[in-house]
Design a binder for this molecule. Structure first.
Ligand SMILES: Cc1cc2nc3c(=O)[nH]c(=O)nc-3n(C[C@H](O)[C@H](O)[C@H](O)COP(=O)(O)OP(=O)(O)OC[C@H]3O[C@@H](n4cnc5c(N)ncnc54)[C@H](O)[C@@H]3O)c2cc1C
Length: 390
């Protein structure tokens, strides 16, 4: 169906991506967002080439590259000795292998880019509107719930979900980028330690360091899944880390603390003309840095399915059929990464780090493990969508 009326609940990266993709296919789109204004967590986002290829097809390639940077590689290090375990080459290597770069971007910059494009394509946004019940929604041919990991609209579509605390918390912070001795601002740091890891990379032409620090701990009390963090507790958690890590954390003034919750794959993503998209459909732990990328892919596949199928319900079936195996696989791989990153037994850690280094030395290196992920293209998503259907 090309060109009906769609309502989308949630103006995060998933909702705005879907709004843009539908508007580019001729749909009239209205988006309802509970926040008073467009806002994103003040933090960075890694965007795999699979997501960048989608943004390119929407005509955002040049603007995206102007507000992002392409790291040289990911340096995996032991966080106490700072010994280099392995490097995952990104930069020109990943761009040549998969047809698009791996980028780092401030979340607010990506959201602004998507919002401007969506408004330019005629999407109408209403802020300050909490939608609690999809049965009371405005009339539309299609309704998308893009209301995030704590989706209220998920249960009527999919039944009750079962978030379980993963045993991990994540601090997120950005700090003004003073030179940190021992840290290369052109590379992404992935520092592995016992029951913890830390990712750091620069944003906005090197003006900021973005930090995600994860540690096994009890869930944050009080304010649910996201709460103001305590910079001293963050520093304490990494007090025995190597000097560059401690120097980086010394600059943290304010931070956010997330309890990380894990979900089983949902039994269904759609009911009649209503579907889930983004984190509402496939919440995942952040250890593959792919949650937002999956929301962007969802939007492209959904818009393609709607173009090919006269009835929205058939298009939503095609969308779910195509997307579910890929996002389920990512949920599983992300879960497994925590076990590898956080090995606490020194012998096990040494063995795992050795295995990573050995794999990095093989032809294709560590990137070879991710062909299924980064090699995805929007055309592939659409072609397989139609092939998967009667
Ligand atoms: C620590 C951490 C690091 C991450 N790093 C990366 C990364 O590097 N790369 C990557 O690709 N992904 C990353 N992710 C995942 C990524 O942040 C999410 O997958 C992505 O933001 C999901 O987008 P979304 O639009 O589905 O949900 P959200 O961004 O949560 O947006 C949902 C929107 O819906 C609104 N809303 C909710 N309920 C209602 C309602 N009832 N009515 C109206 N509006 C409502 C909310 O206000 C919000 O604006 C990370 C996640 C975490 C926790």
């Amino acid at each position: 169906m090309a060109g009906g009326a769609a309502v989308i609940v949630g103006a995060g990266i998933g909702g705005v991506s879907a709004a843009l993709a539908l508007a580019l296919s001729g749909w009239q789109v209205r988006v309802f967002e509970q926040s008073a204004a467009a806002e994103e967590v003040g933090a960075g986002l890694q965007l795999g080439p699979n997501a960048v290829k989608v943004l390119d097809t929407w005509g955002l390639g040049a603007a995206l590259r102007a507000v992002s940077s392409a790291p040289r590689g990911v340096e995996m290090r032991d966080d106490r000795t700072f010994r280099l375990i392995a490097t995952v080459p990104l930069g020109p290597t990943i761009a040549a292998r998969y047809g698009a770069p791996y980028l780092q971007i401030h979340r607010a910059d990506l959201l602004r880019l998507l919002l401007n494009a969506a408004m330019g394509a005629g999407v109408a946004f209403t802020y300050g509107q909490h939608v609690a019940d999809w049965a009371a929604r405005p009339k539309a041919d299609l309704v998308l719930a893009a209301d995030g990991i704590r989706s209220a609209l998920r249960a009527p579509v999919s039944g009750a979900s079962d978030p379980r605390f993963s045993g991990q918390v994540a601090w997120r912070a950005t700090v003004p980028a003073a030179a940190v001795p021992g840290l290369d601002p052109a590379a992404t740091l992935l520092a592995l330690g016992p029951r913890r890891h830390l990712v750091a990379y620069t944003l906005r032409d090197g003006a900021l360091w973005n930090i995600v620090a994860v540690r096994e701990d009890a869930p944050p009390a009080g304010e649910g899944w996201r709460a103001p963090g305590d910079a001293r507790a963050l520093r304490h958690a990494f007090a025995d880390a190597a000097a560059p890590v401690r120097a980086l954390l010394a600059g943290v003034d304010t931070c956010i603390l997330w309890g990380l919750y894990d979900h089983r794959p949902l039994p269904r993503w759609r009911r009649d003309n209503v579907a889930l998209i983004g984190d509402a459909a496939h919440p995942m732990l952040p250890f593959m840095a792919q949650g937002a990328a999956m929301a962007i892919e969802d939007a492209a596949v959904l818009a393609g399915a709607l173009t090919r199928h006269p009835q929205p319900a058939a298009a939503l079936a095609a969308y779910e059929t195509r997307r579910r195996p890929r996002t389920t696989r990512l949920q599983r791989v992300a879960r497994g990464n925590a076990r590898i990153y956080h090995a606490a037994n020194p012998l096990l850690a040494r063995g795992l780090h050795g295995a990573i280094a050995a794999r990095a030395a093989l032809p294709g290196g560590l990137l070879g493990r991710f062909d299924w992920l980064y090699g995805w293209t929007p055309e592939m998503g659409e072609r397989l969508t139609s092939a998967a259907l009667p």
